[in-house]
Design a protein around this ligand. Structure first.
Ligand code: GLA
Length: 400
């Protein structure tokens, strides 16, 4: 081999080696788990009750995530279906599994208008104190010509007999919150205290609270009191207000965002021990990302921490915190998954820019087959737990 060839070969070897090292670096980066990638920035979470998860899914939860939100079992209805009966079984098992596997727990949710048993609001709960059975479902008359009920009317119909007084309802909520938060004191890092209090359309200049459930039986001060009771029961727990679409209108200070600012300012003024605000993050391919960023900035300007609490970005159709959205095409074109990866990437770039105020980013489900948006492929692992393009995009953002 002459000197020229030797030099050419040497250069080739150096270039090849550099490529291999580069390749290795990329592979290593994409092999990082979510929680490794975002360590020191914010916690990464997922949501599940854990029941029925396969070994592979359980492994995925402990490998990828710092924190778990119980999807249903700590909501008022499943946890406290009747005044004299708490159903702690599933929640206790979840807490035990998380402790054994070094996964933190986020409590969801102490008070809500949905998934809350009617007994909280009934003047009388005529049931034998000894019984632990659930109230019987009442027969419904499915008359197609019946006028459509408003949510408030529908809810009123679920209540048997007279409505409880404000005092009685408050006493029940206080007991519920103190019992539940007290039971898991020191074991749960924080709670969504109130969920989804703001109605979907309003004048943007008021809190625009829903006109039924806790808000009609007690009134707006129910939120402040709930925060105080939760704080008394576990002074170290972080306490959040959680809602969907509350980023909408942030850039122009309109819509649900404007209402959320009015509500949060009032809670702070009234001395509610509130740590932060949970933006649920049920988003889609055309979500307005400027609103997301501005909402985070606005909440931080109130001195609040922020979490993204129920993140999913549908690969087809709409998304929102409410049920019944347009679901989109059943067959999802490949390019939608690329678009989905871009949206997730842009979102995590925003989260990284505001990592100093963000505590936690939680995905609402373990995989596309464990999602309330089933069929819209909104998560970052497919039904077989394979990482989707969005997974890699999110990992890549962490190393920038
Ligand atoms: C809301 C609630 C969640 C869950 C979803 C649907 O976002 O906060 O607990 O019920 O709706 O899964």
């Amino acid at each position: 081999m002459n000197t020229r060839n030797l030099i050419t070969n040497l250069i080739l070897i150096v270039v090849l080696a550099a490529n291999l090292i580069g390749q290795d670096k990329t592979d290593n980066a994409s092999q990082k788990t979510l929680k490794e990638a975002y360590a020191g920035k914010f916690l990464i979470g997922t949501a599940s009750d854990l029941n029925g998860l396969s070994e592979a899914e359980l492994n995925n939860v402990k490998e990828q995530y710092d924190v778990l939100t119980p999807e249903n079992c700590m909501k008022p209805q499943p946890l406290h279906p009747w005044e004299t009966f708490y159903n702690f079984g599933r929640a206790d098992s979840l807490v035990e599994w998380c402790q054994q596997n070094d996964v933190k727990i986020w409590g969801h949710t102490l008070a809500w208008h949905a998934q809350t048993a009617p007994w909280f609001f009934q003047a009388e709960n005529p049931i034998n104190e000894e019984t632990t059975s659930l109230p019987k479902p009442r027969r419904r008359n499915w008359d197609p010509n019946a006028p459509r009920l408003t949510m408030a009317e529908y809810w009123r119909r679920s209540i048997t007999g007279e409505m409880a007084s404000r005092e009685v309802a408050l006493e029940r909520l206080e007991k519920h919150i103190k019992t539940v938060v007290g039971r898991y004191k020191g074991q749960i890092i924080g709670w969504d205290v109130f969920n989804e209090s703001i109605a979907d359309s309003g004048d943007c200049t008021t809190e625009n609270l829903r006109d039924w459930s806790w808000y009609s039986v007690v009134g707006p001060d129910v939120l402040t009191k709930a925060f105080q009771w939760a704080h008394e029961a576990d002074p170290d727990a972080q306490l959040y207000y959680n809602d969907y679409n509350i980023e909408q209108g942030a850039v122009e200070n309109k819509g649900k965002h404007a209402s959320s600012m009015v509500l949060l300012k009032r809670l702070i003024d009234e001395g509610a021990p509130i740590t932060g605000v949970g933006i649920q993050g049920h988003w889609h391919l055309d979500t307005d990302l400027a609103d997301v960023e501005k909402a985070i900035e606005n909440y931080a300007s109130l001195g609040l921490r922020v979490a993204i609490t129920e993140l999913d970005v549908t690969a087809t159709g709409d998304n929102s915190g409410a049920f019944g959205v347009r679901q989109g095409d059943r067959t999802i074109p490949e390019e939608n998954y690329q678009k989905q990866a871009e949206v997730y990437k842009a979102l995590f770039e925003i989260f990284m820019r505001h990592a100093d105020v963000i505590d936690r980013v939680t995905f609402w489900g373990v995989s596309d087959s464990r999602s309330w948006r089933w069929g819209q492929d909104a998560l970052i692992f497919d039904g077989e737990l394979n990482p989707k393009p969005a997974f890699k995009a999110i990992i890549d953002v962490s190393s920038k």
